[in-house]
Design a protein around this ligand. Structure first.
Ligand code: NAD
Ligand code: WQD
Length: 336
Protein backbone atom coordinates (compact mmCIF):
# COMPACT_ATOMS: atom_id res chain seq x y z
CA UNK A 1 0.00 0.00 0.00
CA UNK A 2 1.22 3.50 -0.80
CA UNK A 3 0.29 6.94 0.31
CA UNK A 4 0.52 9.79 -2.19
CA UNK A 5 1.64 13.17 -0.82
CA UNK A 6 1.20 16.05 -3.26
CA UNK A 7 3.43 19.02 -2.43
CA UNK A 8 5.43 16.73 -0.12
CA UNK A 9 8.74 18.59 -0.48
CA UNK A 10 7.10 21.82 0.75
CA UNK A 11 7.05 23.19 4.29
CA UNK A 12 4.06 21.39 5.80
CA UNK A 13 4.28 18.38 3.48
CA UNK A 14 7.89 17.56 4.45
CA UNK A 15 7.09 17.68 8.17
CA UNK A 16 4.08 15.44 7.59
CA UNK A 17 6.23 12.92 5.70
CA UNK A 18 8.50 12.68 8.79
CA UNK A 19 5.51 11.90 11.05
CA UNK A 20 4.13 9.36 8.57
CA UNK A 21 7.50 7.61 8.23
CA UNK A 22 7.67 7.22 12.00
CA UNK A 23 4.41 5.29 11.97
CA UNK A 24 4.93 2.20 9.89
CA UNK A 25 7.23 0.43 7.47
CA UNK A 26 4.32 -1.14 5.69
CA UNK A 27 3.18 1.93 3.83
CA UNK A 28 5.35 3.38 1.06
CA UNK A 29 5.33 7.10 0.63
CA UNK A 30 5.19 8.62 -2.83
CA UNK A 31 5.77 12.37 -3.07
CA UNK A 32 4.69 14.28 -6.16
CA UNK A 33 5.91 17.88 -6.41
CA UNK A 34 6.81 20.15 -9.32
CA UNK A 35 9.42 21.94 -7.13
CA UNK A 36 7.86 25.34 -7.93
CA UNK A 37 8.34 26.30 -4.26
CA UNK A 38 10.68 23.64 -2.86
CA UNK A 39 13.94 21.83 -3.43
CA UNK A 40 15.08 18.23 -3.83
CA UNK A 41 17.50 18.92 -0.97
CA UNK A 42 14.50 18.30 1.27
CA UNK A 43 14.60 14.64 0.20
CA UNK A 44 18.16 14.20 1.55
CA UNK A 45 17.17 15.90 4.78
CA UNK A 46 14.17 13.60 5.13
CA UNK A 47 16.47 10.58 4.83
CA UNK A 48 18.80 12.08 7.46
CA UNK A 49 15.88 12.50 9.86
CA UNK A 50 14.00 9.26 9.28
CA UNK A 51 16.63 6.89 7.86
CA UNK A 52 13.99 5.87 5.31
CA UNK A 53 13.63 6.54 1.60
CA UNK A 54 10.60 7.99 -0.10
CA UNK A 55 9.69 7.70 -3.76
CA UNK A 56 9.85 11.13 -5.39
CA UNK A 57 8.17 12.01 -8.67
CA UNK A 58 8.82 15.45 -10.14
CA UNK A 59 5.51 16.25 -11.79
CA UNK A 60 2.73 18.80 -11.87
CA UNK A 61 -0.65 17.83 -10.43
CA UNK A 62 -2.24 19.58 -13.44
CA UNK A 63 -0.57 17.02 -15.76
CA UNK A 64 -3.11 14.22 -16.27
CA UNK A 65 -0.68 11.79 -17.95
CA UNK A 66 1.94 12.16 -15.22
CA UNK A 67 -0.61 11.81 -12.42
CA UNK A 68 -2.23 8.81 -14.10
CA UNK A 69 1.18 7.15 -14.43
CA UNK A 70 1.74 7.49 -10.66
CA UNK A 71 -1.55 5.73 -9.94
CA UNK A 72 -0.74 3.04 -12.53
CA UNK A 73 2.69 2.37 -11.02
CA UNK A 74 1.81 2.46 -7.31
CA UNK A 75 -1.05 0.94 -5.38
CA UNK A 76 -2.19 4.23 -3.85
CA UNK A 77 -4.49 3.84 -0.87
CA UNK A 78 -5.03 7.48 0.12
CA UNK A 79 -3.83 10.97 -0.77
CA UNK A 80 -2.74 13.95 1.33
CA UNK A 81 -3.01 16.99 -0.91
CA UNK A 82 -0.72 19.93 -0.04
CA UNK A 83 0.28 21.07 -3.54
CA UNK A 84 -0.79 24.60 -4.35
CA UNK A 85 0.25 28.23 -4.40
CA UNK A 86 -0.25 30.08 -1.11
CA UNK A 87 0.78 33.74 -1.27
CA UNK A 88 -2.22 35.97 -0.61
CA UNK A 89 -0.77 39.15 -2.18
CA UNK A 90 0.54 37.36 -5.27
CA UNK A 91 -2.87 35.75 -5.78
CA UNK A 92 -4.39 39.19 -6.45
CA UNK A 93 -1.67 39.92 -9.03
CA UNK A 94 -1.91 36.51 -10.75
CA UNK A 95 -5.45 35.25 -10.14
CA UNK A 96 -5.52 32.96 -13.20
CA UNK A 97 -2.36 31.26 -12.15
CA UNK A 98 -3.86 30.61 -8.67
CA UNK A 99 -7.23 29.39 -9.97
CA UNK A 100 -5.52 27.15 -12.51
CA UNK A 101 -2.90 25.68 -10.21
CA UNK A 102 -5.02 25.28 -7.09
CA UNK A 103 -8.51 24.62 -8.43
CA UNK A 104 -7.83 22.95 -11.80
CA UNK A 105 -4.92 21.04 -10.27
CA UNK A 106 -7.18 19.67 -7.55
CA UNK A 107 -9.92 18.75 -10.05
CA UNK A 108 -7.31 16.89 -12.11
CA UNK A 109 -6.07 15.04 -9.02
CA UNK A 110 -9.65 14.10 -8.01
CA UNK A 111 -10.42 12.86 -11.52
CA UNK A 112 -7.39 10.56 -11.52
CA UNK A 113 -8.17 9.38 -7.98
CA UNK A 114 -11.78 8.57 -8.96
CA UNK A 115 -10.65 6.68 -12.06
CA UNK A 116 -8.39 4.54 -9.87
CA UNK A 117 -11.07 4.17 -7.17
CA UNK A 118 -8.93 5.91 -4.56
CA UNK A 119 -11.45 7.85 -2.48
CA UNK A 120 -9.63 8.76 0.71
CA UNK A 121 -8.30 12.30 0.87
CA UNK A 122 -6.87 14.74 3.39
CA UNK A 123 -6.88 18.29 2.01
CA UNK A 124 -4.93 21.41 3.11
CA UNK A 125 -7.55 24.07 3.61
CA UNK A 126 -7.09 27.28 5.54
CA UNK A 127 -8.67 29.42 8.25
CA UNK A 128 -8.84 32.07 5.52
CA UNK A 129 -12.20 30.52 4.52
CA UNK A 130 -13.74 32.02 7.70
CA UNK A 131 -13.58 35.52 6.16
CA UNK A 132 -14.28 38.14 8.84
CA UNK A 133 -16.21 35.96 11.32
CA UNK A 134 -15.50 36.68 14.95
CA UNK A 135 -13.06 34.34 16.77
CA UNK A 136 -13.10 31.68 18.15
CA UNK A 137 -13.80 30.29 14.69
CA UNK A 138 -15.74 27.04 14.47
CA UNK A 139 -16.48 24.75 11.55
CA UNK A 140 -20.22 25.49 11.44
CA UNK A 141 -19.69 29.20 10.68
CA UNK A 142 -20.49 30.60 7.24
CA UNK A 143 -17.46 30.75 4.95
CA UNK A 144 -16.27 33.51 2.62
CA UNK A 145 -13.05 34.77 1.05
CA UNK A 146 -11.56 38.18 0.39
CA UNK A 147 -8.76 37.34 -2.06
CA UNK A 148 -8.16 34.90 -4.95
CA UNK A 149 -6.04 32.57 -2.78
CA UNK A 150 -8.85 32.27 -0.23
CA UNK A 151 -11.36 31.81 -3.07
CA UNK A 152 -9.37 28.84 -4.37
CA UNK A 153 -9.52 27.15 -0.94
CA UNK A 154 -13.25 27.86 -0.69
CA UNK A 155 -13.93 26.60 -4.23
CA UNK A 156 -11.97 23.43 -3.56
CA UNK A 157 -13.92 22.87 -0.33
CA UNK A 158 -17.20 23.24 -2.28
CA UNK A 159 -15.96 20.80 -4.90
CA UNK A 160 -15.02 18.28 -2.19
CA UNK A 161 -18.40 18.61 -0.42
CA UNK A 162 -20.23 18.12 -3.74
CA UNK A 163 -18.07 15.16 -4.67
CA UNK A 164 -18.67 13.44 -1.33
CA UNK A 165 -22.42 14.06 -1.67
CA UNK A 166 -22.42 12.47 -5.12
CA UNK A 167 -20.66 9.25 -4.04
CA UNK A 168 -20.72 7.91 -0.49
CA UNK A 169 -17.45 6.02 -1.00
CA UNK A 170 -15.45 9.21 -0.57
CA UNK A 171 -13.97 10.04 2.86
CA UNK A 172 -12.47 13.51 2.93
CA UNK A 173 -10.96 15.60 5.72
CA UNK A 174 -10.66 19.30 4.89
CA UNK A 175 -8.16 20.53 7.44
CA UNK A 176 -8.41 24.26 8.06
CA UNK A 177 -4.97 25.34 9.26
CA UNK A 178 -4.44 28.45 11.34
CA UNK A 179 -0.88 29.93 11.30
CA UNK A 180 1.74 27.17 10.97
CA UNK A 181 5.21 28.09 12.29
CA UNK A 182 8.21 26.26 13.76
CA UNK A 183 10.34 23.52 12.31
CA UNK A 184 11.47 19.96 12.98
CA UNK A 185 13.51 19.79 16.21
CA UNK A 186 16.56 18.55 14.25
CA UNK A 187 16.83 21.92 12.49
CA UNK A 188 17.17 20.02 9.19
CA UNK A 189 13.86 21.07 7.60
CA UNK A 190 11.80 24.22 7.96
CA UNK A 191 10.05 27.03 6.12
CA UNK A 192 12.05 28.34 3.18
CA UNK A 193 10.14 31.08 1.35
CA UNK A 194 11.30 32.38 -2.04
CA UNK A 195 12.14 36.09 -1.98
CA UNK A 196 11.00 38.43 0.77
CA UNK A 197 8.69 36.55 3.15
CA UNK A 198 5.01 37.56 3.35
CA UNK A 199 4.37 35.85 6.68
CA UNK A 200 5.43 37.11 10.08
CA UNK A 201 7.64 34.29 11.37
CA UNK A 202 9.94 33.84 8.38
CA UNK A 203 10.27 37.64 8.26
CA UNK A 204 11.22 37.89 11.95
CA UNK A 205 13.67 34.99 11.70
CA UNK A 206 15.37 36.50 8.64
CA UNK A 207 15.76 39.78 10.56
CA UNK A 208 17.22 37.85 13.50
CA UNK A 209 19.72 36.05 11.25
CA UNK A 210 20.72 39.31 9.55
CA UNK A 211 19.24 38.73 6.09
CA UNK A 212 16.67 41.51 6.50
CA UNK A 213 17.24 44.83 8.25
CA UNK A 214 13.97 45.55 10.02
CA UNK A 215 10.49 44.15 10.59
CA UNK A 216 7.49 46.28 9.73
CA UNK A 217 4.71 45.74 12.25
CA UNK A 218 1.45 46.25 10.40
CA UNK A 219 -0.56 48.40 12.79
CA UNK A 220 -0.56 48.91 16.57
CA UNK A 221 -4.07 50.36 16.80
CA UNK A 222 -6.13 47.15 16.74
CA UNK A 223 -8.55 46.37 19.52
CA UNK A 224 -6.15 43.85 21.11
CA UNK A 225 -4.15 43.90 24.37
CA UNK A 226 -1.08 45.62 22.84
CA UNK A 227 -2.74 46.96 19.68
CA UNK A 228 -1.00 44.52 17.29
CA UNK A 229 -2.68 41.67 15.36
CA UNK A 230 -3.40 38.42 17.20
CA UNK A 231 -3.15 35.00 15.50
CA UNK A 232 -3.35 31.32 16.41
CA UNK A 233 0.21 30.09 15.74
CA UNK A 234 0.52 26.31 15.58
CA UNK A 235 3.72 24.25 15.53
CA UNK A 236 4.17 22.59 12.13
CA UNK A 237 4.95 19.26 13.84
CA UNK A 238 1.63 19.40 15.73
CA UNK A 239 -0.01 20.20 12.40
CA UNK A 240 1.77 17.26 10.75
CA UNK A 241 0.57 14.95 13.53
CA UNK A 242 -2.96 16.25 12.88
CA UNK A 243 -2.69 14.91 9.32
CA UNK A 244 -1.65 11.50 10.59
CA UNK A 245 -4.67 11.45 12.93
CA UNK A 246 -6.97 12.61 10.13
CA UNK A 247 -5.70 9.85 7.88
CA UNK A 248 -6.13 7.24 10.60
CA UNK A 249 -9.67 8.42 11.29
CA UNK A 250 -10.88 8.80 7.69
CA UNK A 251 -12.92 5.64 8.17
CA UNK A 252 -14.98 7.46 10.81
CA UNK A 253 -15.66 10.36 8.46
CA UNK A 254 -18.53 9.83 6.12
CA UNK A 255 -18.46 12.29 3.25
CA UNK A 256 -16.45 15.47 3.61
CA UNK A 257 -15.69 17.04 6.98
CA UNK A 258 -14.07 20.43 7.68
CA UNK A 259 -11.84 20.35 10.77
CA UNK A 260 -9.82 23.19 12.32
CA UNK A 261 -6.18 22.59 13.17
CA UNK A 262 -5.22 25.35 15.60
CA UNK A 263 -4.29 25.70 19.26
CA UNK A 264 -7.24 27.82 20.34
CA UNK A 265 -4.84 30.50 21.67
CA UNK A 266 -3.96 33.90 20.27
CA UNK A 267 -0.54 35.61 20.28
CA UNK A 268 0.18 39.20 19.22
CA UNK A 269 2.87 40.39 16.80
CA UNK A 270 4.80 42.09 19.61
CA UNK A 271 4.63 38.96 21.79
CA UNK A 272 6.18 37.04 18.88
CA UNK A 273 8.92 39.64 18.42
CA UNK A 274 9.76 39.77 22.14
CA UNK A 275 9.79 35.99 22.56
CA UNK A 276 11.95 35.61 19.44
CA UNK A 277 14.38 38.22 20.75
CA UNK A 278 14.63 36.46 24.11
CA UNK A 279 15.17 32.98 22.64
CA UNK A 280 17.57 33.94 19.85
CA UNK A 281 19.50 36.54 21.81
CA UNK A 282 19.43 38.67 18.64
CA UNK A 283 18.22 42.22 18.27
CA UNK A 284 15.05 42.45 16.18
CA UNK A 285 14.61 46.05 15.03
CA UNK A 286 11.03 46.89 14.08
CA UNK A 287 8.98 49.86 13.02
CA UNK A 288 5.24 50.34 13.40
CA UNK A 289 3.66 51.04 9.99
CA UNK A 290 0.01 51.33 8.92
CA UNK A 291 -2.25 48.27 8.91
CA UNK A 292 -1.92 45.83 5.99
CA UNK A 293 -5.03 45.82 3.80
CA UNK A 294 -7.32 42.87 4.50
CA UNK A 295 -5.84 42.01 7.93
CA UNK A 296 -8.15 41.26 10.85
CA UNK A 297 -7.43 42.17 14.48
CA UNK A 298 -7.83 38.73 16.02
CA UNK A 299 -8.02 35.24 14.51
CA UNK A 300 -7.98 32.03 16.56
CA UNK A 301 -9.56 28.61 16.41
CA UNK A 302 -12.17 26.73 18.30
CA UNK A 303 -10.06 23.56 18.27
CA UNK A 304 -12.62 21.28 19.96
CA UNK A 305 -13.85 19.35 16.90
CA UNK A 306 -10.36 17.99 16.10
CA UNK A 307 -10.14 16.70 19.66
CA UNK A 308 -13.58 15.08 19.51
CA UNK A 309 -13.22 13.52 16.06
CA UNK A 310 -9.50 12.83 15.80
CA UNK A 311 -8.37 12.78 19.42
CA UNK A 312 -5.82 15.41 18.37
CA UNK A 313 -4.69 18.58 20.04
CA UNK A 314 -1.64 20.78 19.71
CA UNK A 315 0.91 20.23 22.49
CA UNK A 316 3.86 22.47 21.58
CA UNK A 317 3.91 25.92 23.21
CA UNK A 318 5.07 29.24 21.80
CA UNK A 319 8.54 28.85 23.33
CA UNK A 320 9.05 25.54 21.47
CA UNK A 321 7.65 26.97 18.23
CA UNK A 322 10.10 29.85 18.30
CA UNK A 323 13.10 27.87 19.57
CA UNK A 324 12.58 25.39 16.70
CA UNK A 325 12.15 28.20 14.15
CA UNK A 326 15.40 29.76 15.35
CA UNK A 327 17.31 26.45 15.29
CA UNK A 328 16.27 25.91 11.66
CA UNK A 329 17.02 29.50 10.61
CA UNK A 330 20.37 29.81 12.42
CA UNK A 331 21.58 26.42 11.11
CA UNK A 332 20.41 27.28 7.58
CA UNK A 333 20.70 31.07 7.24
CA UNK A 334 20.07 30.95 3.48
CA UNK A 335 17.48 28.15 3.64
CA UNK A 336 18.10 24.89 1.77
P1 NAD B 1 4.77 25.19 0.28
O1 NAD B 1 4.78 26.13 -0.86
O2 NAD B 1 5.99 25.07 1.12
O3 NAD B 1 4.39 23.71 -0.25
C1 NAD B 1 3.57 23.50 -1.37
C2 NAD B 1 4.30 22.55 -2.29
O4 NAD B 1 3.46 22.30 -3.44
C3 NAD B 1 5.61 23.12 -2.81
O5 NAD B 1 6.65 22.16 -2.61
C4 NAD B 1 5.37 23.36 -4.31
O6 NAD B 1 6.54 23.15 -5.08
C5 NAD B 1 4.28 22.33 -4.60
N1 NAD B 1 3.39 22.65 -5.72
C6 NAD B 1 2.72 23.81 -5.96
N2 NAD B 1 1.98 23.69 -7.07
C7 NAD B 1 2.17 22.42 -7.55
C8 NAD B 1 1.68 21.70 -8.66
N3 NAD B 1 0.85 22.25 -9.55
N4 NAD B 1 2.08 20.42 -8.84
C9 NAD B 1 2.95 19.83 -7.97
N5 NAD B 1 3.45 20.48 -6.90
C10 NAD B 1 3.07 21.76 -6.69
O7 NAD B 1 3.49 25.55 1.18
P2 NAD B 1 3.05 25.00 2.61
O8 NAD B 1 3.13 26.12 3.57
O9 NAD B 1 3.71 23.72 2.89
O10 NAD B 1 1.50 24.77 2.32
C11 NAD B 1 0.98 23.51 1.94
C12 NAD B 1 -0.51 23.66 1.73
O11 NAD B 1 -1.10 24.15 2.94
C13 NAD B 1 -0.90 24.65 0.64
O12 NAD B 1 -2.00 24.11 -0.07
C14 NAD B 1 -1.32 25.88 1.40
O13 NAD B 1 -2.28 26.64 0.71
C15 NAD B 1 -1.92 25.29 2.66
N6 NAD B 1 -1.88 26.21 3.80
C16 NAD B 1 -0.69 26.76 4.17
C17 NAD B 1 -0.67 27.66 5.25
C18 NAD B 1 0.61 28.34 5.67
O14 NAD B 1 0.54 29.38 6.32
N7 NAD B 1 1.78 27.78 5.36
C19 NAD B 1 -1.85 27.96 5.93
C20 NAD B 1 -3.03 27.36 5.52
C21 NAD B 1 -3.03 26.49 4.45
C1 WQD C 1 0.40 37.42 11.00
C2 WQD C 1 0.34 38.72 11.76
C3 WQD C 1 0.12 40.65 10.33
C4 WQD C 1 4.05 40.21 8.42
C5 WQD C 1 -1.73 34.35 6.26
C6 WQD C 1 -2.78 34.07 5.23
C7 WQD C 1 -3.61 32.88 5.65
C8 WQD C 1 -2.73 31.68 5.98
C9 WQD C 1 -1.63 32.03 6.93
C10 WQD C 1 -2.54 30.26 4.08
C11 WQD C 1 -0.71 39.70 11.21
C12 WQD C 1 1.43 40.69 11.07
C13 WQD C 1 2.93 40.04 9.21
C14 WQD C 1 4.88 41.35 8.65
C15 WQD C 1 3.43 42.03 10.44
N1 WQD C 1 -2.07 31.15 4.84
N2 WQD C 1 2.63 40.93 10.20
N3 WQD C 1 4.52 42.22 9.65
O1 WQD C 1 -2.11 37.17 7.63
O2 WQD C 1 -2.63 35.76 9.66
O3 WQD C 1 -2.36 34.67 7.50
O4 WQD C 1 -0.91 33.17 6.44
O5 WQD C 1 -3.64 29.77 4.06
O6 WQD C 1 -4.47 32.63 4.59
O7 WQD C 1 -3.59 35.22 5.09
O8 WQD C 1 -0.37 35.58 8.60
O9 WQD C 1 2.03 35.70 9.02
O10 WQD C 1 1.06 37.17 7.22
O11 WQD C 1 0.55 37.69 9.60
O12 WQD C 1 3.15 42.84 11.32
O13 WQD C 1 5.89 41.57 7.94
O14 WQD C 1 1.60 39.40 11.61
O15 WQD C 1 -0.43 41.94 10.22
O16 WQD C 1 -1.24 40.39 12.30
P1 WQD C 1 -1.94 35.93 8.36
P2 WQD C 1 0.90 36.52 8.54
Amino acid sequence: MSLLITGGTGYIGSHTVVELQALTDEQDIVIVDNLSNSSTKVLDRLIQITGKKVTFVKADICDYEAMNAIFEQHKIDAVIHFAGYKAVGESSEKPLSYYYNNVSGTVMLLKVMAEHKVKKLVFSSSATVYGDNESPLNESMATSATNPYGQTKLMIEHILFDLAKSDSNWSIACLRYFNPIGAHSSGLIGENPNGVPNNLLPYVSQVAVGRLAQLQVFGDDYDTADGTGVRDYIHVVDLAKGHVKALQNLGKISGCKAINLGTGNGTSVLEIVNTFKEISGQNIPYKIVPRRAGDLATVFADASLAYELLNWQATRDLHTMIADTWRWQSQNPQGF
